[in-house]
Design a protein around this ligand. Sequence first.
Ligand SMILES: C[C@@]1(CC(=O)O)c2cc3[nH]c(cc4nc(cc5[nH]c(cc(n2)[C@H]1CCC(=O)O)[C@@](C)(CC(=O)O)[C@@H]5CCC(=O)O)C(CC(=O)O)=C4CCC(=O)O)c(CCC(=O)O)c3CC(=O)O
Ligand SMILES: NC(=O)C1=CN([C@@H]2O[C@H](COP(=O)(O)OP(=O)(O)OC[C@H]3O[C@@H](n4cnc5c(N)ncnc54)[C@H](O)[C@@H]3O)[C@@H](O)[C@H]2O)C=CC1
Length: 311
Amino acid sequence: MEKPQEKSTPTSSLLLAFRLESRPVLLIGGGPVSHSRLIHLISCGSHITLISPTITSEISSLISSSNSSPFPSKITYLKRLYKGESDDIKVKDFSIVLTAIDDPIISKETYELCKFHRIPINVADVPDLCDFYFGAQFKKGLIQVMVSTSGKGPRVGAMIRDIIEDCLPEELESSVEGVGILRKELREKVPGIGGDKSKKRMEWMKSICDAWGLDNLKLFKEEKIREWVFINGWEKDRVVRPDQIPWNEMPEEIRIQYRKGMKKDKRVGKLDVGGTEMFFGLLGWVLGTALGALFMLGLAMLISWYMSHKS
Ligand SMILES: C[C@@]1(CC(=O)O)c2cc3[nH]c(cc4nc(cc5[nH]c(cc(n2)[C@H]1CCC(=O)O)[C@@](C)(CC(=O)O)[C@@H]5CCC(=O)O)C(CC(=O)O)=C4CCC(=O)O)c(CCC(=O)O)c3CC(=O)O
Ligand SMILES: NC(=O)C1=CN([C@@H]2O[C@H](COP(=O)(O)OP(=O)(O)OC[C@H]3O[C@@H](n4cnc5c(N)ncnc54)[C@H](O)[C@@H]3O)[C@@H](O)[C@H]2O)C=CC1
């Protein structure tokens, strides 16, 4: 009889945002996979040592343009084969190691060296030799999204990534920027880490994000709005909502931005008290009218009863 397959729950990976700015990274190989790794590493601002006897023309142009890149990355290119353990370049001198070569022996040797020195390594397309996998990812300004399929379907991961990328509204980049400026200024005005101050700061920021909603948060790029919210919100221990801003006192271009956001933004925050207030207002009006009508009816009945008994 066939033995039933053992059921095991597949483990997931710990998805992190690894900060590699100014950190040394070893990249081995000069083909298309190495090119895609290089693009990611440059935007991280890492210091890359690239070893490969051949490189694609795309890698070659990245190397030439790296000095004029807006990111503080550096590329040191060594045009030769990497020799593994006997190489002058030592894996222990790097924060992470990435290989994308068509030499399984050197790949395995590099993996063993990294294991020995406890340096995290990714051997492209060899899951057993990976401490971490790459995922399908995209970057929109400060927003980064990565999809992992736990190694099961990288192409499907890329397809899922495309769906997410397509449906993310452009303005989200501005909202992240806006909220970033507001947070920075708040921390400058109310400095300190931990304790009650920090707790209050976090609670206030949380409520502001919820009350303003994704789209409106971009308005915090405007100094006038931040100033108003600090004076009338933070300093008075209140969470102000966008509908409380005296928009007629704000410059025209800010008013237009707000109106545009109001038309579009269906993802209003949890503190969308504007809608709640309207609901209770309406309920009050209906109840008030009904009570008034009942009172009038009672009065009419009383008068008619009095009249009939009088005569
Ligand atoms: C485990 C992992 C380890 C790692 O490399 O980090 C891995 C492993 C393997 N990839 C293989 C093949 C392909 N890989 C791609 C593409 C990508 N592969 C990426 C990541 C990962 N690939 C990690 C898991 C990610 C996850 O968890 O989802 C992406 C997402 C990110 C990136 O590499 O940057 C990038 C898309 C990025 C983009 O489009 O933007 C394509 C499609 C294509 O080229 O368009 C194919 C051919 C189609 C196919 O096979 O599905 C094979 C079989 C080799 C063989 O058959 O010989 C293995 C080995 C195995 O599965 O055993
Ligand atoms: N993720 C993906 O989409 C794909 C991944 N692969 C796998 O990824 C690996 C890399 O693929 P590609 O980027 O297409 O590269 P490739 O196979 O086109 O070229 C390999 C590169 O590695 C260099 N190289 C070989 N041995 C080296 C050594 N000892 N030291 C330094 N450099 C060395 C070569 O000079 C060349 O630049 C391969 O193992 C391949 O099987 C292959 C096709 C698709």
